[in-house]
Every structure is written in structure tokens, then in C-alpha cells.
Design a protein around this ligand. Sequence first.
Ligand SMILES: Nc1nc2c(c(=O)[nH]1)N[C@H]1C(S)=C(S)[C@@H](COP(=O)(O)O)O[C@H]1N2
Ligand SMILES: [Mo]
Length: 393
Amino acid sequence: MLAASAAGLGALGLGGWSQDAQAQGAAAPAAKPLPSLAGWKDPKAMIVHSSNTVETRRAAYGTSVITPTNRLFVRNNLPAPDASILDQRDAWSVAFEGVKNPRSLTVADLKTLGVETVATVLQCSGNGRGFFPSKPSGTPWQVGAAGCVLWSGVPLRTVIHVLGGAQDGMAYLTGTGGEKLPEGVDPLTVLVERSVPLKALEDALLAWEMNGEPLSLAHGGPLRLIVPGYQGVNNVKYVKRIALTREQSTARIMASRYRMVPPGAKGNPGLPSVWEMVVKSWINGPLSEEGTLRAGWTQIHGVAFAGTREVRGVEVSTDGGKSWQQAQFVGPDLGRFAWRQFVLPVQLAAGTHVLASRATDAAGNAQPRERVENSSGYNNNSWLDHAVTVTVA
Ligand SMILES: Nc1nc2c(c(=O)[nH]1)N[C@H]1C(S)=C(S)[C@@H](COP(=O)(O)O)O[C@H]1N2
Ligand SMILES: [Mo]
């Protein structure tokens, strides 16, 4: 039956993918195995860079908005805490400081205060670093250090309200990770502690669930600070301290790393930190790695998002950016912090085609052609870098 319909499509002159992708996969060299922290991920969907960095394959994103948990990237700066911290999730304790009534609350306490669910794009600020010709040090992520996920937890503003509100003069929301720090080094050189402007409190969440399940260790369980619209690093896993502060954290991860440092210069607190994400999109299909593309109709699809802003539209080019056509959004709109899936049906003739996408946010900011050069390869939203070349038979 399948063979008969495939023959029918061929007779109509419709395009499509041949099924030789698996054969190609079988011939590929053995990939690194998944690290134990992420051993439960779908190995076919992931690219393993190291024991602390695992990327989603571009072809594995699919078209249904939410990134399945077993396909979501993982990035840890330090080894994750021992899995035993998940044995009694509700007993996990968080210290709240910089509020009128500072105290510690357990996850059980937090669960009595409120519940909210938000869909956000979780993206490492180094996503797209692999396209920098300067080869900055750090994981050479392509597009796969990102995903769109559902978080459930208590709004942080509710917790702060219950604790009497912010003390006077506070300007930042600072979250501290609960990893055990290596001995014999200055804690500030390794501590995962990030500060974001206090206005982020409006949307921030303390989440204990992701995509309908208790939060896994890999993704920050039992409790994670979610700062919707902000780059991944600001979403502190295993959060053990929330402080409203006058100043930004002096931890190295805040003071000098994760900043937009001009090529050749050194990071310092005066340079812009990677906070709100910038407007970005990329195409997830068709891809040449999926097999041979036959001439005819195909559905060009991908994802688009704009940090704290709504994404207004996406244009797609099949000629490397010489001409553009408006794509359509597909699937549910899960709010301004989520990504939208887009699709453009096109007919592709035999030959080579450079497919590109260019998103525009609600404020009219369009994705630029070129990346902003910086020494660590952050914030790459160049449409040219993210273009894909497909060969049509
Ligand atoms: N406690 C803690 N939180 C952390 C990190 C970390 O190493 N420790 N890494 C950050 C970085 S750089 C990114 S990109 C995201 C990755 O989130 P994920 O592993 O759930 O995909 O977590 C952020 N939060
Ligand atoms: Mo990151």
C-alpha cells in the first residue's frame, strides 16, 4: 500500500524525501555516547559535545512547537549536584534575601503560594557559536542549544510579595545555583550566580515542572529560576538562593563571562551582559541530511522567537537572501516568550538552493544579515549564518 502511494506521488510529479537517511546514519562513525546526566535523552536526536554539553539535532526539532524533554539540549558549567537531591523534592530549600522579611522557604512552602504555567524559549547565549569563523572557545553549538518548553511553578513576584516586598534600593534579581563547588578554588570563579534587572521579576517563575513532568536533574530539578525571554544562563538550575540586590553578582560568570566582549578584549562588568534574547529564526527542514530531496513541492519550516517581545513575522528565501516571501505561522501561539513554528510551501527545481529565514519582532527589529562579532561567540542571530543549502535531484 505504501509502495503504491509512493509510486502515485511519483507519477504526479510531486517531490519528497527518499528513505536513504537511515542508510547514511548506519554508515556514519560511532558518535560519543550520551553522558549519564542525560542518558535518558533520545540518542538519535542529540549531538554529544561533552559530558556537560549535549545539543539537539536540527532535523530533530519537528513542527509541533514544544520541544520534547528527551530532545532538549543540556548545558552545565559545573557537574550537576548528586541525583539524591531529587529524593525529597518538596524539602529543597531556597533562601530569600533583599526582601523586607528574609527567610528560607521549601518547595512544599512555595507550592502553597501560587501556580502559573509559561512557555519559554530556553536558549544558550552561545547557540550559533559554531558559525563564527573566529572559532571562539566554548561549545561550537549550531542551532541546537535551544528549545521551547512549558514550565510550571510559582510566580516569583508572588513570593516576593508574601515576604513583604523588595527592600529599598534594590536593582537586580540574583539567583544562585546549588552545585557543590570544587575545593581549592576561589568560589567566585566557579559559582553559578546570575543577576538580571529587577524588572524581570514581573515574569520570573520558580519552576518545579517542565513539559508536564517533575523537573529532571539535567534541567535543574527540584527547582529552577526561569527568567522568560532571557538567555539560558540566567535561568539558574538547582536554585538555592534568590536575592534582590543593589549590585550585580561579582561571580565570574556574571562579572566578566557571558558579556558582549569586542574581539581581542577582556570581559568586564561595564560591557553588556547576555540578558534579553534577540530576534532570531532558523529553518529546520527540509535538510539535505534527511536524504535526497526530489524536485517539486516542499514545506520549508522552522522556528522564530524574539526574547521578551512577540515575533511579528518571518520571511523565507530560497535564493540565499536575494528575494523573500512571507511565511505563515503554524500551531498554537503559546505567548510572547515561546517560539512560533513557521512554514512556507514552495516548489523547488532540481539544483542547489540556499534556504534562509528572517524574523521581525513586534517592535519592528529584523534579524540582521551579519552576526555581531564578539570574543565568546554570543547572541548570533545572523540569518546568513543560519541558512541551509539543499540539493534537489
Ligand atoms: N545552576 C546552574 N544553572 C545553569 C547552568 C549551570 O551550569 N548551573 N547553566 C546555564 C546555562 S549556560 C544554560 S545555557 C542553561 C541550560 O539549560 P538546560 O541544561 O536545561 O538546557 O542553564 C543555565 N543554568
Ligand atoms: Mo549557556
